[in-house]
Design a protein around this ligand. Sequence first.
Ligand code: IPM
Ligand code: MG
Length: 361
Amino acid sequence: MSNKIALLPGDGVGPEIMAEAEKLLGALQQGQGLDIEIEKAEIGGAAIDATGVPLPDSTLALAQAADAVLLGAVGGPRWDDIERERRPERALLALRSELGLFANLRPALLYPELADASALRRELVAGLDLLIVRELTGGIYFGEPRGIDKDASGQRRGYNTMVYSESEIERIARQAFISARRRYGHLCSVDKANVLEVSQLWREVVASVHADYPDVVLSHMYVDNAAMQLVRDPRQFDVIVTGNLFGDILSDCAAMLTGSIGMLPSASLDSTGKGMYEPVHGSAPDIAGEGLANPLAAILSVAMMLRHTLDEGTLADRIERAVGLVLSEGFRTSDIAGTYRAISTVEMGDAVVAAMDRVPA
Ligand code: IPM
Ligand code: MG
């Protein structure tokens, strides 16, 4: 039975980079017999313009029926003044929540060719290969109570709640231990247990889950120190597991270590292996429509989809090696060009598709 993929291009550079992802999938269908059906739908600002809401029921239904969702990016200045409940970002949060995508995997891998594009010196980042496992459907992003109201003196106050239940912590911890086991066997759990009760519980539960994964080396770190260590000596990390807000912040920081956020894919998984795959970067409205966007994060998101949902690990490896090959041959979009001549979004997509035939099977 063919796998159903919901393709949601979204806003800004989303449609351009998703066109390259789709081109690659088309080539895999033709050349490798990949059995998939792709259906597209609107999301984010594009959906607001067309229907008035960022996540139309039809788009949610398509995503629910699909085996995997491939998403471009949402948001842009045109929709910045809309009230919070109807902003493009709500579509992303609703999809995560409705589809139960609690485990967000954000690898930060530095391709050797890009070491000089990193925000850190080459000698600090050469060989960098870490994975952030971010809890995605709980914590302060979704905790109740939340709101803005007035206190007794009539002054307004805003509040959110950082809350995690034992079962939420346990399932993300298991996912992270399994990821660490498949990688280099080290897991660092990041929290703020010196101040927050929610973090104290987090630490206790992660430590107890460790009993089932004795082959993995577990450490704990406070989030402020983790932010410092990421820019001081990022190669000390293998897998980091953390809550929703801390993971949001630390993953942007890790992204910059790799040279360009335009290189980074992500996977958001439910408990059955279904997933949503998207670049870590946003909609970049300032360069939208100009052919400047780097499609490699979208292309590498396709690789993650093949590995985690479609059980096509060999094809996923091949895409990743094709990306390495085009970089080694000097193909660069402007975000990673340095002294190289920059090529366009479409040219980079073409280069990866062509390179697929040159990497060994
Ligand atoms: C991310 C983004 C989102 C988040 C926004 C767009 C809601 O920053 O995926 O990291 O905060 O999770
Ligand atoms: Mg973020």
